[in-house]
Design a protein around this ligand. Structure first.
Ligand code: AMP
Length: 309
């Protein structure tokens, strides 16, 4: 795997309020190193397979700092026509600093591959947990939703829209906290709103399906879809075929199974609103009674032994 002429590049930052300073709490950042190469890392077990390459557990040799190394093949990136998307992902993710956003410490490349130096999320994909458990309890769902809403609020304050919030793009750290990963579809909110069709079908908001201009409120819709899927085990507009899903989304036609509480129904219904301007803003989502009350109970569910004392 080793190739010697790999070079490190400091991503370009468009947001002057958020300069690319090394974060002193992270040894990998702390080295102030300007040229990473594969020789700086010991490569461990594979953590997963993506569309354009693989992710490995790795350790920076000097600091012994554990990271996840994403290895992407240039040929596959070119074939998929996603080089611009990757560049955008790197530029955006490298400059975000939030406890619920996966850190991207840097990148380097050689003739055939691009390497992303990522924060390691030991509990892996939230998607796998959700499939294994089928649904999450209301306290756990509310805790995840609160963390995601807080991270999105931070992104929006930096004029970044994620646009692809779904369980597959969420990882869990050692303590079971959310780490938003995969900024492949995110954009720096432009002055004129964009009409690119992106995101996964079940999570697409009506304005994107209808190719209308969209803005940061696309992430509010996705938050509603996500909360529904956490509690029900399937997304709200799921159908046998694509056309029916589109129709159900554009008419906002969904029902709740009986076990979903009034509070959760109210929260989700305030986010799944066709008119993007009428969706519950993130500040209000964070103070919604259901989110506050249920997320406060989540520690009791994650650490039940505490109650025995
Ligand atoms: P991706 O190419 O981003 O879809 O990653 C492929 C798989 O690798 C994911 O589904 C995860 O299971 C795993 N993975 C990616 N990034 C990390 C990370 N930072 N920490 C732990 N596992 C990861």
């Amino acid at each position: 795997m080793a190739e010697s002429n790999a070079t490190y590049q400091q991503p370009i930052c468009h947001d002057s309020s958020h300069p690319a300073k090394p974060d002193l709490s992270h040894p990998v950042d702390n080295t102030n190193k300007s040229h990473w190469s594969i020789d700086d890392f010991e490569i461990g077990k594979p953590l997963g397979k993506g569309k354009f390459g693989n992710v490995f557990l790795a350790r920076e040799k000097k600091s012994k700092y554990i990271i996840a190394l994403k290895v992407l093949f240039k040929s596959q990136l070119q074939k998929g026509g996603v080089e611009h998307q990757l560049r955008r992902e790197v530029e955006i993710q490298a400059h975000l600093r939030h406890p619920n956003i996966l850190r991207l410490y840097g990148y380097f490349y050689d003739d055939r591959r691009v390497y992303l130096i990522l924060e390691y999320a030991p509990r892996g994909e939230l998607y796998k947990q959700l499939r294994a458990q089928r649904t999450f309890s209301e306290p756990i769902s509310a805790k995840y939703i609160r963390q995601i809403a807080d991270a999105l609020n931070y992104c929006h304050s930096k004029a970044v829209i994620h646009r692809d919030i779904k369980p597959e793009n969420l990882l869990l750290d050692f303590f079971g906290n959310i780490k938003i990963a995969d900024f492949g579809w995110s954009v720096h909110a432009p002055t004129s709103r964009r009409t690119t069709l992106c995101g996964t079908l079940d999570y697409l908001p009506p304005e994107m399906i209808n190719s209308k201009p969209h803005d940061k409120s696309v992430d509010l819709w996705s938050l509603g879809v996500l909360c529904y899927e956490f509690l029900c085990g399937y997304p709200p507009f799921e159908s046998e075929d694509q056309q029916s899903t589109y129709t159900r989304i554009t008419t906002c036609s969904f029902n709740f199974p009986p076990h979903v509480s009034e509070g959760a129904r109210n929260f989700i219904s305030l986010l799944l609103v066709i008119d993007p301007t009428k969706r519950l803003p993130l500040d209000n989502a964070l103070t919604h009674q259901w989110v506050v009350d249920q997320s406060a109970k989540s520690d009791d569910q994650m650490f039940p032994q505490r109650n025995d004392k």
